[in-house]
Design a binder for this molecule. Sequence first.
Ligand code: CAA
Length: 314
Amino acid sequence: MFPTSDRATYIYKENMNSAERLKVVKKHVIGGAHEPHIHNRAIKGVSQQEERKYKYIHVRTVGKGSNVGYIELDRPSALNALCDPLMLEVSNALDDFESDDSIGCVILTGSNKAFSAGADIKQMAPVAKYADIYKAKFLSQWDKIASFRKPLIAAVNGYANVMAGGCEIAMMCDIIYAGDTAKFGQPEIKIGIIPGAGGTQRLPRAVGKSKAMEMVLTGDPITADEAKQYGLVADVFSAKDLLPKVIEKAEKIAANSHLVTSMCKEATNKAFEMTLAEGLHFEKRMFHSTFATDDRLEGMMAFIEKRKPNYSNE
Ligand code: CAA
């Protein structure tokens, strides 16, 4: 449960109990000593133009038309563990992309080593009592990912992990594409908690009850190929081709009417919330609503006139 690296072992004294170890974690590890330095690095298929205003993430636009948003988690010292400031940055970046009409799809990714190792255990360990975590509405900030209105793709690489909260934020996205070395797991049970951001709810819907139970009760991860076999991911690419392939997919999505794409996403998500009859009713009303948009007429006229549609997102 506590850090086991050489550095952490060094700062613990022998025979310390959990409470004494926690003091060490508070003093030496939490809040600063391990924060990442800000850096830029070359990523295949991703332009390096970036206005760096975030500490834990890189945010850019990518794609030939710069109409795809790109958010890369970058907290390497903690395998992209999802501390509050990182999640706040992700939430702010999503807000910016949501209000930018030129953006038709967003990619959320991590590093080649890790998409994310989940919620920050060193942030959670010192929580003293239930009331504190309840009043702080811990994890509620994460909901922004699930409520984002534009298509959101998780591009997950990492032989180390798509673990716990990392797996949960990937599942909040609309599509998951994986590098062939990625592993997916919900290991919370091993540290005395249960998944808290959808692992017990979205995972069974994605992979079925038996596999989900096995994953949350043992904490054992599955490979990218298994994740595809069970329907958790849409496709698996070689780790080095993942981003270029995902950018291609995102460009394809962003080429459609952004307005109607959001309606399509909303209707599809209702499949997880409603009975079939309610969902079909909602879909029909949403389908009728597309006739109130300029883009519906533009799309149909472009088909008839054998040309590319020029959507106004109106
Ligand atoms: N929180 C904080 N720090 C973390 C972390 C996490 N979730 N995961 C890894 N780190 C830190 C490690 O402490 C280590 O830091 P130090 O060098 O300072 O010791 C560094 O990242 C590298 O980690 P490892 O040395 O452990 O790397 P590894 O390659 O040997 O193992 C791993 C990778 C299997 C993912 C392992 O790091 C691990 O098991 N991490 C914890 C995963 C986990 O249990 N997550 C549950 C989070 S709870 C949650 O997410 C609740 C929820 O539902 C929202």
